[in-house]
Ligand binder design. Structure first.
Ligand code: ZN
Length: 133
């Protein structure tokens, strides 16, 4: 299912990378912006600074420059909960069509993707193309 920006999926390698980064940040939050290439979300742009709690992660998102290749966001919830907060939903609206929340214990399936209205988006996990770019 192709959505806005022609995005059809997210790279499995990127999900692994996000989970590793979330583990390293734990018990603090991890946050990044997502970039798509050839229809697949395959790159993350780290949000500078150290997130110590939900509010600071969201604040840092607002300090990021506008970049039209950004299709969404990802942030971690160190306490197991895949639901978004009011602040999350507000942030989703400004970051793009695909907003991922990953949660403790950061397994390969411990994530969901929301659109800016807070509805779950079914997004395909795609294996990385050999060679990358
Ligand atoms: Zn959140």
């Amino acid at each position: 299912m192709a959505g806005k920006n022609g995005v059809t999926g997210i790279s499995r390698d990127l999900i692994k990378l996000i989970m590793e980064a979330s583990k390293s940040s734990h018990p603090h939050e991890f946050a990044a912006l997502l970039r798509a290439e050839k229809g697949v979300i395959s790159e993350m742009l780290l949000v500078p600074g150290t997130a110590s709690d939900e509010d600071s992660a969201i604040m840092m998102f607002h300090m990021m420059p506008i970049d039209r290749s950004i299709v969404g966001s990802v942030h971690s919830h160190p306490v197991h909960d895949l639901r978004y907060s009011d602040a999350d939903l507000h942030m989703f609206g400004s970051k793009g069509a695909y907003n991922f929340i990953v949660t403790y214990p950061y397994g390969e399936n411990d994530w969901v993707c929301y659109n800016p209205r807070g509805e779950r988006v079914a997004i395909q996990v795609v294996e990385d193309q050999a060679g990358g770019n």
